[in-house]
Write a protein that binds this ligand. Structure first.
Ligand code: ADP
Ligand code: MG
Length: 294
C-alpha cells in the first residue's frame, strides 16, 4: 500500500502483545501483496490484465471490497470510482509524470463504475471497456485497519489504535482517556491543525499533500485524488477527515468528500447518520459536518 503502518495496544502479557502486533503486520502485508496493482502475481494485477477480455474469477474478499466500492459509486454518482485508475495509472507522483492530453481523453471513457460487471455469487468480475483498470487505494487501507482491529479483538485486546497511512481505527479508549487524533496542517509539515479526542471509531484523512508534485509549467499541484469526470486532480479542498464506525466506510468516504468539495461533500456526510467530517478548504478555512457543530 506504499504506506506506514503503526499499531499501539495494551495487553498484560508482553509476549502476547508482541505476537498480536506481528500478526497484524503479516495480515497487512498479505492485503498489500494481493491488491498491489503494480506487482505481477497479485490478484489485482491479474484482474487488470484479463477482465476486459471476459469475466475473471476473483476471491470472495476482493468481491466484497468491490461491492462496497460500487455502493459508494452509486451513492455519489461516481465521485468515488475505483476505475479512476484507467487514467490514474498514467500518473507517477514520485517522478512527476502526468498523462498527456490525448492519453487522458482516450482513457476517460473507461472511468465508469457502471461498466464494472461484478457477479458476487459466481465471484466473477468483468470490465465493460478495454482500457479499464481498477485500483483499491481509496478503500483498501480502511478495510485493512478494520481487519486488524478484528484480529486484536479476537486475541482479547480491548485498547488499541491501528493506522495505515491516513486511515486509523481505534479500539476502546487509551486506557481511561480518549485517543487524541490529529489532523495535519495541510500546508505545513509537522504542524497539527486540529486535535480530536476519539474512542472506538474509525478516522480517515485524505489530503492533497500525501502524494503530489508541482507542475513546472503551470505551478499546479498534481495529486493522487482524481476527479473521475475529468481524470485530473480534484480541486477545492486540501484535506478531508471522516469519522465513523468502520474504516471500510470512512476511507472511501474521505476520498469521495474530497472529490465532491465542501458543499456537496458536507451534504453527503450530513445525510449519513453515523458519520461526521472535518474539511479544510483551499483558503485554509475549516468546515464541520452538522454532527460536530451541534
Ligand atoms: P491515502 O490514505 O492514500 O491518502 P485516500 O483515502 O485519500 O488515501 O485515497 C487516495 C487514493 O485513492 C489514491 O491514491 C488512489 O489510489 C485512490 N483514488 C483516487 N481518486 C479516487 C476516486 N475518485 N475514487 C476512488 N479511488 C480514488
Ligand atoms: Mg480515503
Amino acid at each position: 500500500m506504499g504506506t506506514e503502518v503503526s499499531v499501539t495496544l495494551w495487553h498484560d502479557d508482553a509476549l502476547l502483545a508482541r505476537r498480536a502486533i506481528d500478526a497484524v503486520m503479516a495480515q497487512m502485508q498479505g492485503i498489500d501483496e494481493r491488491w498491489n496493482p503494480a506487482a505481477p502475481g497479485s490478484e489485482l494485477y491479474r484482474v487488470n490484465r484479463q477482465a476486459a477480455l471476459g469475466p475473471v474469477a476473483i476471491s470472495p474478499e476482493l468481491a466484497g471490497v468491490i461491492d462496497k466500492a460500487l455502493y459508494y459509486s452509486r451513492l455519489t454518482e461516481g465521485a468515488f470510482d475505483i476505475s479512476f485508475a484507467s487514467v490514474g495509472q498514467f500518473y507517477d507522483y514520485r517522478t512527476g509524470v502526468a498523462p498527456g492530453e490525448e492519453q487522458r481523453q482516450d482513457a476517460l471513457p473507461a472511468i465508469d463504475y457502471r461498466l464494472l460487471q461484478l457477479d458476487r455469487d459466481a465471484l466473477r468480475l468483468g470490465f465493460g471497456h478495454p482500457a479499464m483498470r481498477i485500483d483499491l487505494g481509496g478503500i483498501a487501507k480502511g478495510y485493512a485497519v478494520d481487519r486488524a482491529i478484528d484480529l486484536l479483538w479476537q486475541r482479547g485486546i480491548r485498547h488499541a489504535s491501528v493506522s495505515a497511512g491516513g486511515d486509523t481505527r481505534l479500539l476502546g479508549d487509551r486506557r481511561g482517556r480518549p485517543w487524541m487524533v490529529g489532523i495535519r496542517n495541510p500546508r505545513q509539515d509537522d504542524d497539527v491543525a486540529l486535535v480530536l479526542p476519539l474512542e472506538d471509531v474509525a478516522f480517515s484523512t485524505s489530503g492533497d499533500y500525501e502524494r503530489f508534485f508541482i507542475d513546472p509549467d503551470t505551478g499546479a499541484r498534481i495529486h493522487h485524488i482524481i476527479n473521475p469526470r475529468t481524470g485530473l486532480s480534484a480541486g477545492g479542498v486540501v484535506s478531508v477527515s471522516v469519522i465513523g464506525p468502520r474504516g471500510f466506510d470512512t476511507d472511501p468516504l474521505s476520498t469521495t468528500v474530497f472529490v465532491l468539495g465542501v458543499d456537496q461533500g458536507l451534504a453527503l456526510i450530513d445525510s449519513l447518520p453515523d458519520f461526521d467530517a472535518v474539511l479544510i478548504d483551499a483558503q485554509g478555512l475549516v468546515h464541520y459536518s452538522s454532527g460536530l457543530v451541534e
